[in-house]
Unconditional design. Structure first.
Length: 214
């Protein structure tokens, strides 16, 4: 994480406050190099006064950081969701032979995923945990065509809780927020790489298997 990049984010949040947090949160969702927890921690450091007690700080973190963060994250997630929603089916239908996945199986997964509250709690928990890559969640939900209203509500709720926690961490640790954000970012990157390697390995295996079958 470059110092110049962090300084630019700091300048945006210092100058534009809540609006800057919303804009940075939106970019955070659609631009990979921005660590997922950096904006919330940075905003907690700059927008929550040091002299506040815990209750005051929590209220300030919720209103000044978590509200704009959750709106920005949800807007950015909808972009990824829409790409997967509208672009996933044509790709799967066209390359189902090589991928080993049919659109029928996707529809079956969709029907199973939207039943009961367990899946909703799972999605909410994934949104709250800072180490789970948001882009992976949004892509999956778009691909299986998870109900958009539920997706928006759970994304808003999970992002609000997550942003409040991260803002409080930034308020508490002060200047050390960058170090904390980098640790979370590294773990999230490892999780994302692991998911990507598994997916690529599966596709490679399916392609090899398909060629042998010809």
């Amino acid at each position: 994480m470059s110092t110049a990049f962090v300084l630019q984010l700091e300048a945006v949040i210092r100058e534009y406050g809540v609006a800057g947090v919303l804009f940075a949160a939106f970019l955070e969702e659609i631009i990979a190099p921005i660590p997922s927890s950096l904006v919330a921690m940075l905003a907690g450091f700059f927008l929550v006064p040091t002299e506040y007690v815990w209750l005051q700080a929590t209220i300030a973190a919720s209103l000044r950081v978590a509200v704009p963060m959750s709106l920005g994250v949800t807007a950015g997630s909808l972009v990824i969701y829409a790409i997967a929603y509208y672009g996933g089916k044509p790709i799967i239908v066209r390359y189902s032979k090589w991928l080993g996945i049919s659109w029928t199986s996707i529809e079956q997964t969709e029907r199973k995923f939207i039943k009961g509250y367990a899946d909703e709690l799972t999605l909410l928990g994934a949104r709250i945990l800072p180490i789970v890559p948001s882009v992976a969640i949004s892509t999956f939900c778009g691909l299986v065509r998870y109900p958009v209203k539920t997706f928006i509500l759970l994304t808003l709720a999970g992002s609000f809780i997550r942003s409040t926690i991260m803002a409080m961490v930034g308020w508490q640790v002060r200047d050390a927020y960058i170090s904390y954000a980098e640790v979370i970012s590294r773990v999230e990157t490892l999780v994302f790489i692991s998911i990507s390697v598994i997916c690529v390995s599966f596709l490679f295996w399916r392609i090899i298997k398909g060629r042998k079958a010809l």
